[in-house]
Ligand binder design. Structure first.
Ligand code: TXA
Ligand code: MG
Length: 339
């Protein structure tokens, strides 16, 4: 559903926060850096601006947005109730890469929440995002600033690559420090439901004595039909994908030999096994020293470089499923093609 109306907007890249804040308040779209990835922001009170976010991204209206806050004062205008468990999470992780799904105030446009009775909220920790949100003084609805289904941008250049000509303004704040999207949780009677692993490791939540329940996977569902039944509309099985076909394996020894022919790229924590040293035309290592934090920071840029390089197929190997590794494996699994 490409929308021709959004292909002729000159895109300006700026470091001027007050210009960006003014634009947001006036209902224009602004891509801005958070600690996770760049967001495509719209004044959340302005349903027309929010509608343009969906059009620009070619995102289906059934996939709701996260509302970003610069300070706590706005929270009661967005959510009806902050249960004690959510208060504990906010105290521990805000500002930071944790998104909470809570009952929405009627005033929040239905477009933001795709008609759900709940709204996703977070307070980013990146200093530039905080200053922008405070200066704009409105809640900002923002998905990641990529085209729907594509790799999330972690620097201003990657935003421009995907959205140039479709949005008026990109606030350039350099490279995102976390590199994967926020963790999305919904408080339940006895813990939280994990809707998306992300920048806050589940271990950190469990460390507070809060049980983390894992939402069931919906592997047989396709991007065309599934979402009404998924616990979070964003749990589409295929997402975050490069255009080059990607195959995801738990271990190098699981890779079938027939996939190692032709121009193949490698993506893992470290380099390929010695006996495969010459098989790959493009090698991306996320963190040879094995740091989940470093690996998360490198993930999306590595995927974009592989996409732009000579490889016609990408072999990706899982990282240890702890800390930010859970979010990395989740994104790689969704980036994978099944055929
Ligand atoms: O780190 C991030 O979260 C970035 C930056 C820009 O803040 N944003 C981001 O937004 O990743 P987006 O739109 O790409 O992902 C939002 C996720 C989706 O999986 C969506 O389905 C889920 O949050 N979500 C939003 N509102 C929801 C709700 N009311 N109930 C359940 N899931 C919700
Ligand atoms: Mg996204």
């Amino acid at each position: 559903m490409p929308d021709e109306r959004y292909q002729n907007t000159p895109t300006v890249v700026t470091t001027d926060i007050s210009q960006a804040a003014r634009a947001l308040r006036q209902g224009r779209l602004v891509a801005f850096p958070t600690e996770t990835v760049y967001g495509l922001g719209a004044n959340a009170w302005d349903a027309d601006a929010v509608a343009r976010v969906f059009a620009v991204k070619q995102r289906p209206f059934f996939d709701p947005l996260i509302v970003h806050l610069g300070d706590f004062g706005l929270l009661p205008q967005i959510v009806r109730d902050v249960p004690p468990l959510a208060q504990r999470l906010i105290k521990a992780f805000w500002p930071g890469p944790l998104t909470l799904v809570l009952p929405k105030q009627p005033r929040v446009p239905d477009l933001v929440t795709s008609g759900l009775p709940t709204v996703a909220v977070r307070m980013p920790s990146a200093p530039l995002a905080r200053r922008l949100l405070r200066m704009a003084a409105v809640p900002v609805a923002a998905p990641s600033a990529n085209l729907f289904g594509r790799v999330s941008p972690t620097d201003a250049e990657a935003v421009v690559e995907q959205l140039a000509g479709r949005i008026p303004l990109v606030l350039d704040g350099g490279v995102c420090s976390v590199g994967v999207e926020s963790t999305v949780v919904q408080p339940t009677a006895n813990g939280v439901l994990l809707l998306r692993p992300g920048g806050v490791p589940t271990e950190a939540i469990e460390g507070l004595g809060i049980p983390v329940h894992h939402a069931p996977h919906t592997p047989t569902e396709t991007a065309d039909a599934p979402v009404e039944r998924a616990p979070s509309p964003g749990m589409l099985p295929r997402h975050y994908a490069p255009r080059t076909p990607l195959k995801f394996f738990e271990r190098p020894q699981d890779v079938p030999a027939e996939l190692l022919t032709g121009p193949v790229g490698w993506l893992a924590l470290g380099p390929p096994p010695a006996e495969w040293a010459d098989r790959f035309v493009h090698v991306e290592t996320l963190s040879p020293e094995g740091s989940d934090v470093e690996a998360a920071r490198n993930l999306f840029a590595a995927l974009r470089r592989l996409d732009a390089g000579p490889a016609r197929r990408i072999i990706a190997i899982a990282v240890p499923n702890t800390g930010l590794g859970r979010a990395i494996n989740d994104r790689l699994r969704r980036a994978a093609t099944s055929t």
